[in-house]
Write a protein that binds this ligand. Structure first.
Ligand code: VGL
Ligand code: ZN
Length: 208
């Protein structure tokens, strides 16, 4: 597949807190930086996503006295996994991974800013109602295909891929340019859900 004018590379949450040593480390997360940098040169359209939470965000375990990270609680919009505090707005951990190229991106979109609502997806917040505006921006640019890479496969990449399908885009995930968190089998489940939704899996070597 040779990316053209209607193809977008969507880079999900390649941020310091998701790298080894960060607040919510994804195993081997730093391994996505080199393939993503290489991929960016093959796309005319690149968008970078940033998880960007207020310090008292509802997804943080320490916002809920007596709760621990990786527990699930019930919120008005549904179940919410509690996370260690991560990607706090303006903190070093919220910055892009060292070495990640950012100069070719036309748009940087931040999500998870509402203190009461999480947003794994680049398109739709966890209340499943509030839109980030990304789908409209892509449509205005004539994008029909979204190629996803970044962190984490089983949360923000998964939800972004499913919502991109729902928004009518053709969706591909670059298998060697993503890594997962894997809470209770969530990684295998994520690939199965994406496959069932018609998301296609590709290797970066096949994108030339
Ligand atoms: C993410 C958990 C919490 C992600 C973000 O980028 O996959 N996961 N916030
Ligand atoms: Zn988050």
């Amino acid at each position: 597949m040779t990316p053209g004018a209607a193809d977008l590379l969507l880079v999900i949450d390649v941020q310091v807190d998701f790298l080894p040593g960060g607040a919510l480390p994804v195993r081997d997360g730093d391994a996505v930086v080199a393939p993503i940098n290489a991929l960016q040169h093959r796309f005319r359209h690149v968008v970078l996503m940033q998880d960007w939470h207020p310090a008292d965000h509802v997804s943080f375990a320490d916002t809920h006295p007596g709760r621990a990270p990786f527990e699930t609680i019930a919120l008005p919009y549904g179940p919410q996994v509690l996370w260690p505090r991560h990607c706090v707005q303006g903190s070093p951990g919220a910055g892009f991974a060292p070495g990640l190229a950012t100069d070719r991106a036309s748009l940087v979109v931040r999500k998870g800013l509402d203190p009461r609502v999480d947003s794994y997806s680049a398109f739709l917040e966890a209340d499943r109602t509030t839109r980030t505006g990304l789908a409209g921006a892509l449509t205005e640019r004539g994008i029909t295909r979204v190629v996803l890479c970044g962190l984490a496969t089983d949360f923000c990449v998964l939800w972004s891929a499913l919502d991109a399908r729902d928004a009518g885009f053709d969706v591909w995930v670059v298998a060697d340019a993503v890594r997962g968190i894997d809470v209770d089998g969530s990684l295998a489940q994520a690939w199965a859900r994406m496959e069932a939704a018609g998301v296609r899996r590709i290797e970066s070597a096949a994108l030339a």
